[in-house]
Design a protein around this ligand. Structure first.
Ligand code: SAH
Length: 447
């Protein structure tokens, strides 16, 4: 190991920073976050830097001399003058004060890592000075997987420490309890800011109930998953998914999680909503972390509302994670702005699902001008939808776009007007799922 990582307590300790430009500024920002008292030395100092340093700090507008190192616990050189940088490095090392010269590993006795800051949890990443870009790349990977709420988990466990010690004097027992807490629903409850509910999981019994995560999977492209969805996909024991969830999204789940299809697929008997509700309750009662993965957003034509009613009735803890709904995803990937200052001041999401061959909606409200209408589940009723819009007074030249398999590599967009689109589409092979967007915005040339 070339460098030993240590986390340095700099609260109210003096640090010498030599340099007064942008590079010095970045280091000063970091040192201030750590609570250090700064002595800043440079012949010229950026005005923003001068303003930032309050009376408790010291600003020396002048040249660097070694005596400025008295009382300091760390030295940072951030000048563009190689002679000064080398001098600072030599002087500090001579009197055994840790020194960092920005971007010059050969002159450093300590180096700044890339940092993932979820204080009190801090992850530092170093490549030993080989490549700061690589360090930042690794930081971004870690950033994705460590939720902001991990800070709450650290605070929570600190708070419980004394009580745990009193209840479980044996250190091994304590370690086991905390480990199973971190691998169970307890940790996610604290992350989600529900610490009171988490308490039951800090015990020796395995009888505690599990938790249900109702998670939006987005419209298809796995890169449109939220960070929270990804984190829970990695945590869940069982995943119940429906047919709108793409294989590529499912591949992001924990490898050894049980995956069960509960959607509708032609040729298969679909799972009734009541059966899904009871399955969620049963699995959670067995103590498992159950992730209910739904296409788009769970609360937009997703029956997420019915599922949480069942969970509330059975007293099962749950979380809902929003997803990018088909309207947002398809519109963005097809280059159609859903609202536009000049053409559309409101947008409506409606179901176009036909009942007995006809689509029954409040058509008068829908045809109002300067409004975008997004029809979910509307392909089967397309002819009926267009006919109704025209009958109720919408201009037959109103633009319409049909987006099939939006956001996936197979996305297809058909554009036209509401008078002719049904015929046009009948001659094409349009595969579901499809989303329909009606309004002036559907006719804009944006990509
Ligand atoms: N909860 C989902 C919607 C479920 S209803 C959401 O928020 O997106 C199912 C309808 O969503 C489909 O009939 C279709 O109209 C639309 N849909 C979902 N994914 C889609 C996609 N990738 N491309 C086009 N339409 C999609």
């Amino acid at each position: 190991m070339d460098y030993l990582p240590l986390h340095f307590n700099l609260k109210d300790r003096h640090v010498l920073v030599v340099g007064g430009g942008d590079v010095a500024q970045r280091k000063v920002d970091l040192l201030l976050e750590a609570g250090a008292i700064i002595r800043l030395v440079a012949p010229r100092i950026k005005s923003s830097l001068q303003k930032q340093l309050t009376a408790r700090h010291e600003i020396i507008e002048g040249v660097y001399v070694q005596t400025q190192m008295s009382d300091v616990v760390l030295v940072v050189a951030a000048t563009s003058d190689q002679t000064v940088n080398t001098q600072v490095s030599n002087d500090a090392q001579e009197i055994n004060i840790p020194v960092n010269v920005v971007d010059q590993p050969a002159l450093c006795s300590v180096i700044f890592p890339a940092i993932v800051d979820r204080s009190p949890v801090i992850v530092s990443i170093s490549t030993g000075g080989a490549s700061p870009v690589l360090a930042r790349h690794i930081k971004a990977l870690i950033d994705t997987h460590v939720p902001e709420g991990i800070a709450r988990v650290a605070d929570y466990l600190l708070q419980k420490r004394a009580a745990l010690k009193a209840s479980f004097p044996d250190a091994n027992t304590r370690r086991r309890i905390v480990e199973s807490f971190l691998n169970g629903p307890g940790k996610e409850l604290v992350i989600n800011n529900q610490p009171a509910k988490a308490d039951t999981y800090l015990s020796e019994t395995d009888s505690a109930v599990g938790e249900v995560y109702i998670v939006g999977a987005g419209p298809g492209d796995p890169d449109l998953l939220t960070l929270r969805a990804l984190q829970l996909l990695q945590a869940a024991d069982v995943i119940l998914y429906d047919n709108l969830v793409s294989d590529r999204v499912l591949q992001r789940a924990r490898r050894d999680a049980e995956k069960e299809f509960v959607g509708k697929r032609s040729g298969y008997k679909s799972t009734a909503q009541e059966d899904i509700n009871s399955l969620l309750v049963r699995l959670a009662q067995e103590g498992r972390r159950v992730l209910r993965l739904k296409g788009g957003d769970p609360f937009i034509f997703g029956r997420g509302g019915e599922e949480i009613e069942a969970l509330i009735a059975a007293n099962i803890p749950f979380q809902v994670v929003p997803g990018i709904s088909a309207a947002n995803g398809c519109a963005a990937y097809a280059g159609i702005p859903l609202t536009h200052r000049d053409y559309s001041q409101s947008v409506r999401f409606v179901t176009g699902h036909p009942k007995d061959g006809a689509v029954d909606l409040a058509w008068e409200e829908l045809i109002s001008p300067n409004q975008t209408i997004v029809f979910y589940m509307g392909l089967g009723g397309l002819a009926s939808i267009c006919e109704q819009l025209i009958t109720h007074g919408m201009s037959s030249s109103t633009p319409i776009a049909i987006i099939s398999k939006g956001t996936t590599p197979d996305q297809k967009v058909a554009r036209g007007n509401i008078e002719t689109i049904a015929k046009q589409v009948a001659q094409m092979e349009i595969e579901s799922p499809t989303l329909i967007i009606v309004g002036q915005v559907a006719g804009l040339k944006t990509n």
